[in-house]
Design a protein around this ligand. Structure first.
Ligand code: ATP
Length: 220
């Protein structure tokens, strides 16, 4: 049997958007973010990277890395230009975004990497660990989240901003993108699930099924 050539699989991505996250659990806001990075802002590839042990969320118990990875895989299974990466899980230990982009730079050596964060995280970026590695290997793309609009009030076309400087003196190229976002967070989803409230469209169906089968987040 012959297979048709798949142009996407033959392509070496030149622009890669990296969305690191805990994805505890992945929700439709993450999926929509990935779709718009690809379809509206034309990144060749969007990589969702599931953190092993995110240093920022050390205060509460998380679903296992394997469960979080599988849920992201299920959420993106129909999107060929969105892939899930386990580089942080395979490295193990505490996850730092500087290590994430260093690993991805080895996997996509010809690509320009952009590390994507929601506008809720922009203000704390320079206090992150290992920002020298992060800023030297990737540009930073800030997307609006409902409730935390872009500081420049951006709409439509990408905007650049003044570079952010890491404590070690490395400057990050800053770009601001407007996403027609969904007002949803993993915190909200965990809360709804633990109270037995249906999450409806806020979580992809395959992920809802996985959560139910594996009794995650207090679902009985
Ligand atoms: P939590 O509520 O547990 O803090 P979260 O919903 O922020 O989780 P993360 O896995 O921490 O989810 O998010 C990964 C990345 O996706 C972050 O950069 C975050 O800002 C961004 N993000 C999360 N939800 C949305 C959304 N609804 N719209 C746009 N970006 C989002």
């Amino acid at each position: 049997m012959t297979r048709e050539r798949d142009p996407l699989n033959d392509m070496t991505p030149k622009t890669v958007a990296v969305v690191g996250g805990t994805f505890d659990p992945v929700h439709s806001g993450h999926v929509e973010l990935a779709r718009q990075l690809r379809d509206r802002y034309n990144f060749d590839l969007v990589v969702l990277v599931v953190a092993h042990d995110p240093w920022m969320k050390a205060t509460r118990a998380l679903a296992s890395p394997g469960d979080r990875l599988e849920m992201v895989r299920l959420a993106t299974v129909s999107d060929r230009a969105v892939v899930v990466s386990d580089v942080d899980i395979r490295r193990g230990g505490v996850t730092y975004s500087g290590d994430t982009v260093s690993d991805l730079a080895l996997i996509y050596p010809e690509a320009e990497l952009s590390f994507v964060v929601g506008s809720d995280l922009e203000g704390e970026l320079t206090s992150w660990e290992r920002t020298d590695e992060l800023f030297s290997r990737a540009g930073i793309v800030v997307v609006n989240r409902p409730g935390t609009p872009l500081p420049r009030g951006g709409s439509g076309a990408p905007r650049t901003g003044p570079p952010l400087t890491s404590p070690g003196g490395v400057e990050a190229k800053m770009t601001y993108l407007t996403i027609d976002g969904l007002e949803v967070s993993s915190t909200q989803i965990r809360d709804l699930l633990s109270r037995g409230v249906p999450v409806g469209e806020l979580v992809p169906d395959l992920v809802v099924g996985y959560i139910a089968r594996n009794k995650l987040y207090g679902v009985s």
